[in-house]
Design a protein. Sequence first.
Length: 333
Amino acid sequence: MDVFALTRKLIDVESTTGMEAAVGEALTGELTRLGYNVERVPVEGNRFNVWATHPQHGNPQLALSTHMDTVPPFIPSSETADRIYGRGSCDAKGIIVAQIAAAEKLKDEDIHVGLLFLVGEERDSQGAQTANQQPRGVKFLINGEPTENRLAVASKGTLRVELVAHGRMAHSAYPELGESAIEKLLDALHEIRTLKLPGNPKAGPCTLNIGQIEGGRAPNVIPDFAVAQLLFRLVGPAEELRRQITQAAGSKAEASFKLEIPYTELGTVPGIETMVAAFTTDIPALTNWGKPLLIGPGSIHVAHTEGEYIEKKQLLEAIDLYVRIARELLGRG
């Protein structure tokens, strides 16, 4: 298989979250051509996960997995001598191709692994949640995300918080007749920003991003509502942090906890460089798919950017790394 050509082919199929059906069909065709049994696992509407195995070999002990969806906007592929550019080049269509190529190499050694490609990772891991309800008995899951071909010893979790403040409208010339929701929200945010966030000797500090703020009616109206969206990167349990956030918001604003993805510690293999993933993955939603490891080519620092790319050299190196890790986990080293 031509690794670079297939990577570009997949990039050029738009698969923004919710629109993964076309790339799922492209992968189904490619894997069928390579001789796999391919199952389309329905998720929602016309969206489906892809589960591919070798005929006559039953359920494998190890699965290579990553996601098919991308963040917007769609960016078609381009290529230089050293890099492949485009939306999904490193997150995670190049990884899909590296995993398929590794499975082909392993097949030549009579080592048979499964391939699990999922929808919805960039939004809510809906595909992973569906897959977790239908485990296939694998003992190990190698999940692919851009880690620059280093094994992640841990992956930070996520706590998404909505902070809502309410006030009372009035003419801005008479502020004493109103109650500013925006001022209340700012006070609550100040208190939350002064919290001493937890740390972890393995994963580093918990961090906070205030990603969105909105509210008010017009410059000459005392605002009666204001909302902020916050995201914490977790390095441990979230119960105490939830309590502190609620206490810090006090009577100024109401804190609602919209999403929590737990901090996860991961398996490693001797001799492979390690790192800490400050981002979240599908792994916490795949608890029924065996012991998880996290590794993949590409840099998370260019994922989700207009100049997203993957180094060709790193893409090829990832194939050999996936093969090496599979041999080690399955006792075939």
